[in-house]
Ligand binder design. Structure first.
Ligand SMILES: Cc1cc2nc3c(=O)[nH]c(=O)nc-3n(C[C@H](O)[C@H](O)[C@H](O)COP(=O)(O)OP(=O)(O)OC[C@H]3O[C@@H](n4cnc5c(N)ncnc54)[C@H](O)[C@@H]3O)c2cc1C
Length: 444
């Protein structure tokens, strides 16, 4: 078998074929979608290879090309759409051991792809800097996985998502060819690997922009209605003078599932969660006057603490899933020019079947809200019907119940030309095959 030949040629590059390891490292969080849980069941790698450095990556890429074996890169495995699930077996390349932070300068950082984002920030903080944005999985996800699989998160209310020019400064990628090349993509060219699910090259280094670190305060307020929490959140998001990292209105009954925070939200009330710089607190409070503060704490990411961002973005779904496995979620972007009207319209449509929470973000220079509403699961057909209901009402959807990047990530910019770049870096079509469905390999 081809994989056996490849394993024999690996030399001293660490690998595992241990069955529990193969199972564990072939999964991500696709099971948040009952449709994907069905579609991706049993998909598994033949070998997990764990490179120590770029030289190991080049060696494995060359072997995969020579033996015609698929290769799926993997960071922390926290992706949501089976992004890191090997549809056709082969090698899962676990980059989580490549963690070096090579270079920190004012405003920018260069690091290896497997560095965990909370560890990057811990290292940067004494020097007064931090990552501009991170997913709510900051404590488990890698920077390479975020850039290759994610979209935005905490910090996007100020800086927008990864798609915004300047939010990825450069990426170094290894091609999948018999003689792999190493390519440095700078500026807009780096978008070729953003949210491409590892289909357009193996990222071995990234240059990311940094922000000044602030004395962040985690805060939660209750409001009588979701509409009031959204209006207060929008006022904060629009206030450019208020230094903030997170603004998240959450409708009842979601707060009921919030473990230690659950007691803070009385029956029927909605929450507004935020991360605000202490220096901006006075102005922030003047903008959210209708709410009652129920939680206020110094930002704390230590292992025993739960930072407030772990109740937001797709962690909201996770908090509900902890006690109710019969829910799923949806991913959408509300129109900026009738934001609160559109949210109210969608919130009124589903009679308890869909629970909304918003993430205020900047998108192409405008303030709007993305959202990952929690959906009560009934049938697969209904999950897809809900997607089309949002679309019919003018809400942009990135369908989280499909595994190809064309169907799932419609927030991507077209001009980055990921399809054309793939032909250059993966002529055999061996990088995470099946995820970029429009790609046809150039060579057999
Ligand atoms: C509870 C929860 C909350 C989440 N919240 C957010 C959020 O706020 N924002 C957000 O954007 N996402 C979110 N996600 C999705 C996911 O956690 C993030 O996108 C995360 O950054 C992925 O990083 P990872 O290291 O786990 O990547 P993985 O899941 O390991 O990989 C993601 C994709 O990147 C590819 N990849 C990984 N490393 C490389 C590399 N070195 N070179 C090339 N390709 C590579 C993989 O093949 C895969 O296709 C959430 C997921 C969960 C389960």
């Amino acid at each position: 078998m081809k994989v056996h030949g490849l394993i024999e040629d690996l030399g001293d590059v660490p690998f595992s074929v241990e069955p529990s390891m193969l199972r564990r490292k072939s999964r991500d969080y696709f099971w948040y979608s009952q449709a994907l849980a069905e579609d991706l069941a049993g998909k598994q790698a033949d070998v997990i290879v764990t490179p120590r450095d770029e030289a190991d990556v080049i060696r494995v890429a060359a072997l995969c090309a020579r033996w015609r074996v698929p290769l799926t890169p993997r960071g922390g495995g926290t992706g949501n759409y089976g992004q890191a699930v090997p549809l056709h077996g082969g090698v899962v390349l676990d980059l989580s051991e490549m963690t070096a932070i090579a270079d920190v300068r004012p405003g920018a950082l260069r690091c290896a792809p497997g560095a965990k984002m909370h560890l990057i920030d811990a290292e940067l903080r004494p020097g007064g800097q931090e990552l501009r944005l991170h997913p709510s999985t900051k404590r488990t996800a890698t920077i390479g996985g975020f850039v290759a699989g994610g979209s935005g998160g905490v910090g996007s209310v100020t800086y927008g998502g990864l798609r915004e020019p300047g939010n990825i400064l450069a990426a170094r990628v290894v091609t999948l060819e018999e003689t792999p090349r190493v390519i440095e993509l700078r500026g807009d060219a780096a978008q070729k690997i953003n949210r491409a699910y590892g289909t357009t090259g193996i990222v071995t280094a990234l240059e990311m922009p940094l922000a000044p670190v602030w004395d962040w305060v985690d805060i939660a307020l209750v409001f009588d209605t979701f509409a009031e929490a959204c209006a207060a959140g929008l006022a904060v998001a629009l206030a450019d003078g208020v230094v903030k990292k997170l603004v998240t209105p959450i409708s009842w009954p979601i707060p009921r599932y919030f473990g230690p925070l659950a007691a803070l939200a009385p029956e029927g009330k909605s929450l507004l969660i935020a991360m605000v710089a202490r220096a901006s607190m006075e102005t922030f409070l003047s903008l959210v006057r209708g709410g009652e503060i129920v939680h206020e704490a110094d930002f704390d990411e230590s292992p025993a603490a739960t930072p407030i961002y772990e109740y937001t973005w797709n962690h909201t779904t996770l908090q509900v899933l902890k006690s109710d496995r019969n829910v799923s979620y949806q991913q959408c972007l509300f129109p900026h020019d009738r934001l609160l009207e559109s949210v109210a319209e969608m919130d009124a449509l589903f009679d308890g079947e869909v629970w909304h929470h918003l993430e205020f973000i900047r998108f192409a220079g405008r303030v709007t809200a993305s959202a990952l509403p929690v959906v009560r699961f009934t049938t697969r057909a209904r999950l897809f019907e809900i997607v089309s209901i949002y679309e019919k009402h003018g809400v942009f959807v990135a369908n989280p119940h499909v595994f190809t990047l064309e169907d799932g990530s419609r927030h991507k910019r077209a001009e980055a030309d990921q399809l054309g770049f793939k032909a250059e870096v993966d002529p055999l079509g061996l990088l995470n095959p099946g995820k970029m469905r429009t790609y046809e390999p150039m060579r057999a």
